[in-house]
Design a protein around this ligand. Sequence first.
Ligand code: S3P
Length: 439
Amino acid sequence: MTDIHFIVEPGGSLHGCLRVPGDKSISHRAIMFGALAEGLTTITGFLDGEDCLATLRAFRAMGVHIDGPDQGRVTVHGVGLQGLRAPTGPLDMGNSGTSMRLMSGILAGQAFDTVLTGDASLTRRPMRRVTEPLTQMGAWIEATDKGSAPLRIHGGQRLVGMDYRMPVASAQVKSSLLLAGLYAEGETRVTEPAPTRDHTERMLEGFGYALRREGEGTVAVTGGGRLTATTIDVPADISSAAFFLVGASIAPGSDLTLEHVGVNPTRTGAIDILRLMGANIEMLNPRRAGGESVADLRVRYAPLHGIRIPEALVPLAIDEFPALFIAAACADGETVLTGAEELRVKESDRIQVMADGLTTLGIAARPTADGIVIRGGALTGGTVESHGDHRIAMSFAMAGLRAGGLTRIHDCANVNTSFPGFVSLARNAGLTITEQGRA
Ligand code: S3P
């Protein structure tokens, strides 16, 4: 069991130029599409974190030859949509919801059986959101009585396309169904209640697969096509950049540039929310990289004020709320979040866990069923629990910049799922953070 704590000394500011690791969502999809394509897919900027490695290992276990990762470079020897082979044992998705939900869609269309497992957090998370619609398409998937993993996915089923209106705004559900749609007879149409990240759609097109977009919020694919290998340049992950956007915004004197960050408009909600709070964030050198928008982000300290967060921005900032709550704790006045009940079923219950930690640090934070109310104040320092949630750990690390005393964060090993090297990168930028513990 790995037991790692972060200890952050109070004060400091963030400076310089840095590049955070590759985008997690895009890295997962690059492996999946590369494996299912015909030919050699070359990936650069791949996120060498535990979540994406779980996806990579799963495809290796199904007979796909993959070279790397070597300094972000991965080569996937695609086997084609029908080329996967039965693994010899269960596929362990670790902490990664994206791996489990997207892979369910792919595996529902195979000729062989598979079992998907995960760690304590992942096996608590809701899977009916994918197993139910996949079942409607003809898949046969067994889950626990609670609808959670392990999932036993029976192969050899005939999938038929369908028209599905998603009850939750979830890119993972949308992607899972589109991937199953590649194996289904006829057309699979998915309509989302609000825009969510569209990396799957962009990547399908990048791999030469026809996709139909119908007005606002509906996408459709027809099964029976093929994916053609391509090259993918993965930009830096805006969800990892978000900790530094918040850190530099709250720490007086900060002036930091984050390089080559993916700024796909379905991912930039955190920038919009921080700007509404008064943050000073500039998007420099906007450009394109492999079908995605990229820019350098310059962020300087600015006094923040509390806001009512527009609900339309929630799915576009869904992973950034733990960091945004730290910004709210340092803002003048009250910040109110609603329409974000999804935060309760992430790697941890991010509403409760953040409210508990903020309260420990002397901030008035009141959880509600679908959000939180935070009154800005003085962070005291203290000991908080991350509950093994990578984004909670990194968010509280940034709180140290404004704390009155030492901030100690427990259970930080999972930072490696999305942000290997966080401690040294943060230290180089100006955070006085150390890591303690044993492997
Ligand atoms: C992801 C979608 C989001 C996000 C997750 C990654 C993806 O989940 O929280 O970290 O890569 O599709 P939901 O779509 O379930 O909100």
